[in-house]
Design a protein around this ligand. Structure first.
Ligand SMILES: NC(=O)c1ccc[n+]([C@@H]2O[C@H](COP(=O)([O-])OP(=O)(O)OC[C@H]3O[C@@H](n4cnc5c(N)ncnc54)[C@H](O)[C@@H]3O)[C@@H](O)[C@H]2O)c1
Length: 336
């Protein structure tokens, strides 16, 4: 594997360092974080060299930079890394504003380097399976969907940055964007969003443990209901969970973290009812995601998650925030 520098030694920096070491035990890995104790955890555990951002940009040996910092820092760090000639991976959400995401995309195109955004849900086996079942036609055309993603508030963030909506974007932009992105990939462009959030739709501010609900109407006519939560109590036996229902013209696919056997398919093939259930085999999705990024560099292939796609997923999340604030449906064309 080519030499890589991870920027940000928090939760995701640790997850990515573990994945790179799974892919290659020995290749050079650098870690950048202004908090020395955080960088040291990764240096010690994953044999990484601590360095400054300027040092890694100036180091011609380092070809790949992986941005795992709080969202409000993404634009600046991504653009600087691309301008220094690095291939760049950036954690989701790509940015907090459309103009920032557009600037990042422009910088990537100008540099000619590979730029990928970490919409990791596309690499989770139970979501891969939905796309396979949808394209095989086994459930017919998907016309409705209901997705949940939630847990307790992410209090691990440095300086509590998740609690500041100007830094994290809140529950829709930070969390539900995973589902918005997956749904766009599955069902195509979104036309309108109607959303509410405890934080944004209330006149009493500063709940901080937000919970949001959004209804997406797609250009295809499909409808999806998405719930995202940071409101579950902390330190519960199950800290985080996801579930979904996809309803097609011929059948349905369901999945829930609350059941032992997670994925169920109910449909009919050639007029015969079919019921099946399975636990899709778990290849670590973060490792699969980063492998696909490296493969795009090695083989000159398109990245599986482009900046344009990540920008459109951000637009849906921004529409949800706007709708929750204005208490009315928002057209995607209103968000620029
Ligand atoms: N894909 C996923 O499943 C997933 C999950 C959680 C978070 N995220 C995203 O990953 C990103 C990081 O989240 P996190 O939970 O790891 O946050 P975190 O607070 O745990 O870690 C961020 C780290 O970045 C460091 N940092 C801040 N500014 C920096 C800079 N300019 N240069 C270098 N280091 C800097 C901080 O010191 C901190 O150690 C966010 O965009 C978040 O939305 C993605």
């Amino acid at each position: 594997m080519r030499p890589i520098a991870i920027v940000g030694a928090g939760m995701m920096g640790n997850v990515h360092a573990r994945s790179y070491r799974t892919i290659d035990e020995t290749s050079p890995l650098s870690i950048v974080d202004p908090v020395g104790s955080r960088a040291k955890v990764i240096s010690d555990k994953y044999r990484a060299i601590a360095a400054s951002f300027d040092e890694i940009l100036a180091d011609d040996e380092i070809e790949i930079v992986d941005i795992c910092t709080p969202t409000f820092t993404h634009r600046d760090l991504v653009v600087r890394a691309l301008e220094a000639g690095k291939h760049v991976f950036c954690e989701k959400p790509v940015a907090l504003k459309i103009e920032d995401a557009v600037a990042m995309d422009k910088a990537a195109k100008k540099s000619g380097r590979v730029f990928m955004v970490g919409h990791v849900v596309r690499f989770f086996p139970q979501y891969i399976k939905v796309r396979e079942l949808a394209s095989s036609g086994d459930v017919g055309e998907i016309v409705m969907a209901r997705l949940y993603r939630g847990g307790s508030f992410p209090s691990h963030g440095i300086d509590n940055w998740f609690a500041d909506i100007t830094k994290s974007g809140g529950v829709f932009i930070d969390l539900s964007i995973h589902d918005f992105d997956f749904l766009r990939k599955l069902l195509g462009p979104v036309r309108t969003v109607e959303a509410r959030s405890v934080e944004l739709s209330s006149t009493v501010k500063k709940h901080s443990f937000d919970h949001g609900m959004a209804i997406l109407r797609f250009e295809s006519g499909a409808l999806a209901h998405i719930e995202g939560s940071w409101a579950e109590p902390a330190d519960m036996p199950v800290g985080f969970g996801t579930s979904y229902e996809f309803i097609g013209t011929k059948g349905m696919i369901t999945n829930s973290y609350e059941r032992e056997t997670t994925l169920r398919l109910q449909t009919s093939i050639d007029g015969k009812p079919l019921y099946s259930q399975e636990n899709p085999i778990l290849n670590d999705p973060y490792t699969e995601e980063l492998k696909s990024f490296i493969l795009s560099i090695e083989e000159g292939k398109e990245v599986p998650v482009s900046c344009e796609e990540a920008t459109e997923s951000l637009r849906v999340a921004l529409a949800a925030n706007l709708s929750a604030r204005l208490l009315r449906p928002v057209e995607l064309s209103e968000v620029s």
